[in-house]
Design a protein around this ligand. Structure first.
Ligand SMILES: Cc1cc2nc3c(=O)[nH]c(=O)nc-3n(C[C@H](O)[C@H](O)[C@H](O)COP(=O)(O)O)c2cc1C
Length: 233
């Protein structure tokens, strides 16, 4: 049965919010209140999870608490004693490798940092642990006895957080980079024994002027990532 999108005004709102979400890496210093974050999480909690186990726990940091963690991690980043984070397999499947390369070209290209300049690249990467200057930093933790299916739940939760934030004019950047500093974060935030960092996230009002917030991250057309079976047309 055909669906008339015009008779579903909420569709255009939902689509617009989803389509306009970007990974934002430059923020205005304006604070975001605890109440606003609580409202966002209060929406995000409706993300589905296998058997409704809700495997998420989020540490919400602002002010001195955020600064203290960023300082610790900033020091660790400069000392460079932690093994590099291998968050993607090497080699990546070819099509994905090409997309990763394109991402690097757009991102570091916008900053004028050449591929061969490891020092400058490390400086850019280091901004992650400062939550890109955002007023709020989120650290998402998980009980590592859970399986990959709960990590799937977690991904749904993270996207719901980002969409709920976007809907009230806030911007976010999900950040796997924090995982490199698992040990420091777990100790500093007093994680329950064994808990792991899933990722971090910067949250705040976007710095409109930054070229970093206007990166053109293209997407594959639907036909390239879907196979329709059993449809008449
Ligand atoms: C799980 C996850 C981890 C990410 N980790 C980082 C990160 O550590 N640092 C960063 O700058 N961007 C990070 N990103 C943002 C991606 O680079 C970004 O989502 C991607 O390039 C697509 O761009 P868009 O989100 O603006 O559409 C991460 C995204 C996801 C989903």
């Amino acid at each position: 049965m055909a669906i008339d999108r015009n008779s579903h005004p909420e569709a255009s709102v939902v689509d617009a919010v989803i389509r306009s979400r970007r990974a934002v890496r430059c923020f205005r210093p304006d604070p975001v209140s605890r109440q606003v974050i609580e409202e966002i999480l209060d929406v995000a909690k409706f993300a589905p999870s296998n058997s409704n186990i809700q495997p998420w726990h989020v540490y919400v940091l602002a002010g001195e608490e955020k600064a203290a963690l960023s300082e610790l991690l900033g020091r660790a980043h400069v000392e460079d004693r932690h093994p590099p984070l291998r968050h993607l397999p090497d080699p990546l499947p070819e099509a994905m490798r090409l997309r990763q390369e394109a991402f690097g070209a757009v991102y570091y290209g916008a900053l004028g940092v050449p591929k061969c300049d490891a020092r400058q690249r490390a400086k850019v990467t280091g901004k992650n642990v400062d939550f890109f200057g955002a007023p709020v930093g989120l650290i998402f933790a998980i009980d590592p006895t859970l399986t990959k299916f709960s990590w799937l739940d977690y991904g749904l939760f993270l996207q719901t957080v980002m969409i709920a934030a976007r809907a009230v004019g806030l911007a976010t950047c999900p950040q796997v980079s924090f995982v490199r500093y698992q040990d420091i974060i777990a100790e500093h935030l007093h994680f329950p024994p064994g808990f792991e960092v899933v990722c971090g996230m910067s949250l705040g009002f976007p710095g409109e002027e930054s070229v970093l917030n206007r990166l053109d991250m293209t997407r594959e057309p639907v036909g390239n990532f879907s196979s329709f079976l059993g449809f008449d047309s």
